[in-house]
Each structure stands twice: as C-alpha cells, then as structure tokens.
Ligand binder design. Sequence first.
Ligand SMILES: [Zn+2]
Length: 204
Amino acid sequence: MVGLPASDENWRAQCQVQFGMPPKTDLRRLAQHNGAVVGVIPVNRMTRLIQDLPGQPHIRELADIGADGRGAVWYEFRGSSQQGRRPRVWLKVQALLTLTCQRCLSDMLFLVNETVQFELFADENTANAVEAVDEGDPDAPEPLVADGPVDLVQMVEDQLILAVPYVPKHHACEPAKTSAGEPVEEVKRESPFKVLEGLKRGSK
Ligand SMILES: [Zn+2]
C-alpha cells in the first residue's frame, strides 16, 4: 500500500506551522543564517503540476488534510553556510499524488519523497562554469542562481514535476470491481423478444 512514510510524521507536523503560500524568500540570506522555511501547500495551488493529473482532494485549511495526507505538499528549505564553500540550501518535499495508471486507466497513488541540494550562485556565469566542472558527478549539488527573493512554491512544484513518472503504471493492476468491491459478474437476462412473445401468447 502506497502511503506517506510514518517515520516522517514529526517532520510533517513541524511543517504544518505554516499553511498556504509562503512569501518570496532570499535563499542566500537563509543560508547565511543557517535558517529554515517549512510549510504545507495545497497541491491544487500548483497549476503546472496538476494540469495533466486526475482530480486531487481540495485542501482549504490544515483540518482538511485527511489521514492519508492526499492533497497536501509538505516542504522544508534549510540553508547552510560553512567557511570555504558556497552557501547551500537543502529542499525536502513530500506529497501523495493521485495519478492515472496508463495500463488500466484507473487512479493510482504515487509518493513523492525527495531531498535535493542546491549550491547558490550570485550570477549565471559562475554557475555555468561550476556546473561544467561538476558534470557527471551524481553527488554534486544543483547550481542555483539566487540573486534576490525567489518563489519557493515554484521550486517545490518543479521538484514534484521532476518526480512524477512520465508513464505511471501500477505494479499490478486490479481487475474491475463493482462499487461494493465484488468482482464484476455478468447477469443473464431474458431476451426482450422472448418476453414479447410470451406477452402475445398470454393475450390470446
Ligand atoms: Zn493499473
């Protein structure tokens, strides 16, 4: 069964101090202070992400978040600055998204649980130069040009879009079932012509 990791329950509870859209944030300043920004955003506010997905549960306030957590996106930005290296920011994102299985075309739950590390640059040229050196190193942080306040929601949404599989599929698709959970059974019905014949005979 796909679900949010129980081991991160406390982490998600801490994120829930801030609900809704966070203000734009200067990530370089966040890194300088070794600060953090945490929060929860309704997935339906991420229009680029949901445009090709089936309907996600509507969350208008914290109390709307159900036991399985669908419809909510938890995030944490954590800055770090150390002597002798560029400022960095870690981003952790968790969400349980509803996707459409491309084999049976029914809904499937998909867990996004990502942590990315960004190295901050003041300008594009330095970022490109360092990216060229780091190319091929899977542990190298992502270069990010941060020369002012950035939209945190956009960054969270980008990570979700990258995490969603291009062709989502269940590991094993379920056979079709009725709403009561019974396997679909064909009901034998009398041919309408036979019924009509019976009526004719009866009327004579
Ligand atoms: Zn399926």
